[in-house]
Ligand binder design. Structure first.
Ligand code: NAD
Ligand code: DAU
Length: 344
């Protein structure tokens, strides 16, 4: 049982939800060290109100070898969330993606090998590229190879997903060649509180709250496989404690929806007309469909999602952004003007 854990990127969206999950559900965890650079995506406020005797934020870079070694040497386990995460940003400037996602992972796994520390690597379904739409598949999305499995080939499309794929491959090589005690998880699209307003769901909710029209890329038919971030946290904790060393687990909650469907649900829940949005320029290289087959995680480790009603998870998320306007208002104008410059 792990009692002292280093969580990189723990001031970001999914990392901070994992810290909240541990505080609320795993009282045996005594010390949580969060290593976070506080980039534009990191926010101290995400960790406010957590017990200061348990949660310690260290502002620093996962590429800083001496800092990383000092922190890793003090813990029982590392969960590595820190990354540059937004595809659109990676298309504008890939540099920080290469540095943080690849060199940062290298720095951490070297330190974990040196001190023989358990390591869990957080990754994404995007490493597998994309899938055809269900309607164009022989078994309409339910047949063999019609969802991603741990046997799917790596085929990333964007600088972001290529950098995450590179980091996964480093971890696999370190397990095999240096005995790194690691597991990897590749999760689908998360939604929930504390997600940066550059991302699809919070961007549309906050647009409506500001009186701006939501923006849909391309023809809106691209499919994402949505999972509530709390279900992701429970899956990561399960894998950290009971996963097989060297194994990869795919995390998903059967939440496939087209972007148009998600947007129209947001519009409905926020009492807007169904056509009150703008079609905007598509993302270059835009992945068509993601879909996770989580059978291995379910059968081997018994994990099941708890948020199975997307509309009610989305309503809670809308309520969170509505009641936490101080959390996002100051950044809204700059985020939207960066999109506008790009025709999005
Ligand atoms: P996020 O952008 O909200 O947060 C990333 C955090 O990492 C921020 O707090 C940022 O300050 C920190 N960070 C960035 N560079 C750093 C560096 N060099 N050193 C230290 N900290 C640094 O991201 P997120 O959406 O919470 O994603 C977290 C992880 O989960 C990433 O590894 C991402 O690839 C993965 N993931 C995300 C999703 C999703 O839907 N968002 C799905 C699957 C996997
Ligand atoms: O699949 C997991 C991945 O999900 C994570 O690895 C990434 O870190 C995370 O950002 C997310 O990537 P996506 O590119 O799928 O997420 P994003 O929120 O940027 O976009 C979701 C979909 O919505 C995508 O098809 C693009 C579209 N979109 C996005 C924005 C911001 C729009 O139509 N309009 C928008 O304004």
């Amino acid at each position: 049982m792990y009692r002292k854990i280093l969580i990189t990127g723990g001031a970001g969206f999914i990392g901070s939800n994992f810290v909240h999950y541990l505080i609320q559900n795993q009282p045996q965890v005594q010390q949580i060290m969060v290593l976070d650079k506080l980039t534009y995506a990191g926010n101290r406020a995400n960790l406010a109100d957590l017990p200061s005797n348990k949660v310690h934020l260290i502002v620093g870079d996962v590429c800083d070898k001496s800092l990383v070694e000092r922190l890793v040497s003090k813990v029982d386990a590392v969960v590595h969330y820190a990354a540059e995460t937004h595809n659109d940003n990676s298309l504008r400037n890939p540099d920080p993606f290469i540095q943080t996602n690849i060199v940062g992972t290298y720095t951490l796994i070297q330190a974990c090998c040196k001190y023989k520390i358990r390591y869990h690597h957080i990754s994404t379904d995007e490493v597998y590229g994309d899938l055809p739409l269900r309607k164009n598949l022989p078994h309409h999305g339910e047949g063999p190879k019609e969802k991603f499995t741990t046997k799917s080939c790596y085929n990333p499309s964007s600088p972001y997903s290529a950098s995450k794929a590179s980091s996964d491959l480093l971890v696999r090589a370190w397990v095999r060649s240096f005995g790194l005690q690691a597991t990897i998880s590749n999760c689908s699209n998360n939604y929930g509180p504390y997600q940066h307003i550059e991302k699809f769901i919070p961007r549309q909710i906050t647009n409506i709250l500001c009186g701006l029209r939501p923006k849909l890329y391309g023809n809106g038919q691209n499919v994402r496989d949505w999972i509530h971030t709390q279900d992701h946290s429970r899956a990561v904790w399960t894998i950290l404690n009971r996963g097989q060393i060297g194994a990869t687990y795919l995390i998903g909650a059967n939440g496939e929806k087209s972007n148009l469907e998600v947007l129209q649900l947001i519009l409905k829940l926020m009492h807007q007309p169904q056509n009150a949005f703008d079609w905007v320029k598509d993302r270059p290289g835009h992945d068509l469909r993601y879909a996770i087959d989580a059978t291995k995680l379910q059968q081997e480790l018994g994990w099941r999602p708890q948020f199975t009603n997307f509309a009610s998870g989305l309503q809670q998320t809308i309520d969170w952004y509505s009641s936490h306007q101080a959390w996002w208002r100051a950044e809204k104008k700059a985020v939207e003007s960066a999109y506008q410059k790009n025709g999005q």
